[in-house]
Ligand binder design. Structure first.
Ligand code: FE2
Length: 288
């Protein structure tokens, strides 16, 4: 009989996976058990704290449904999501960096022609966006599929409206790049917004005196055979939350200059009677 104590229990728990045929599963479980036990020993976890942790994770599970994923929000706000994204997409210098996907992309957004206004009535200052997709040698990538989605001037996504369906799509669309690797469209300037705080993750942020804000950004996902699919953001340069993004998603290669213009002629030749913004951003794809 093994006389288990708080010092030797870890080895015994890991040994229970000795018969596991799946080497990767075995490795994952051994690492998880080792770190979990070391955590409990290091902080001298009390029984009350252990129960508080169980209750917190239970509440996180209860908050999840088909549209709300509180566990991903927990992973995001603990920096785990961005860590996993970064280590799975370490890219050569010059390639646009990968960032967290976020919960607001929806499959089946409308495929639109260049120059379309994807705002579809959303509130905010008009913003003309040009994206150019290049490879690492600055050659254009034509016929790439580019999904874009973002929040309005009040920080809301269309999907957050009750009863939303794709027929009411705003600020989301799919484009194809032309022979110069380029696409352009009109929308509204994206604003900073808070991650959802009406669940246990919100309680955790409040208890930590952490804010829930993400800096304003445009999401982009670029598919092209032969390249590593790029999921990234174009953050608004100068946003006050760039250095304290609640989900740690900001990367140096993902900041965009959204330039303010007085009323007048826009880059596509249209004339605006209100002030407007322009973004002209190049995204560089790494090979698959
Ligand atoms: Fe977002």
């Amino acid at each position: 009989m093994i006389d288990l104590n708080e010092h030797n229990i870890t080895g015994e728990v890991i040994r229970r996976w000795d018969g596991c045929a799946d080497a990767r599963f075995k490795e994952l479980m051994a690492g998880l058990i080792r770190h979990l036990h070391d955590f409990a020993r290091e902080v001298k976890l009390t029984e009350v704290e252990w129960m508080a942790g169980i209750q917190f994770l239970t509440a996180v599970g209860h908050k999840c449904d088909g549209l709300r994923q509180e566990f991903i929000l927990l992973s995001d706000t603990l920096g785990l999501s961005q860590l996993v994204v970064a280590q799975n997409h370490s890219r050569a210098a010059g390639a646009t960096e990968q960032t967290v996907f976020g919960p607001f992309w929806v499959e089946g957004a409308p495929h639109l022609a260049h120059g379309a206004d994807i705002a579809n009535g959303a509130v905010g200052a008009p913003c003309h966006v040009r994206l150019t997709i290049n490879d690492l040698r600055s050659r254009p990538v034509p016929d790439a599929t580019v999904d874009v989605w973002h929040a309005d001037a009040e920080g809301g996504y269309d999907v957050q409206s009750p009863g939303w369906s794709m027929a009411q799509a705003k600020m989301r669309a799919v484009f194809k790049t032309d022979a110069r690797g380029s696409l352009h469209f009109w929308t509204v300037l994206p604003a900073a917004y808070p991650v959802p705080t009406d669940g246990p993750v919100g309680d955790m942020l409040r208890a930590s005196h952490r804010h829930a804000m993400r800096p304003g950004h445009l999401h982009a996902m670029v598919h092209k055979p032969g390249f590593d699919t790029l999921i990234t953001h174009v953050y608004v340069q100068g946003d006050e939350y760039l250095d304290s993004d609640a989900v740690f998603g900001v990367r140096g290669s993902c900041i965009g200059e959204y330039v303010r213009h007085e009323p007048g002629k826009a880059p596509d030749g249209t004339v605006k009677d209100t002030a407007f913004f322009t973004l002209d951003q190049t995204l560089s794809l790494a090979p698959a």
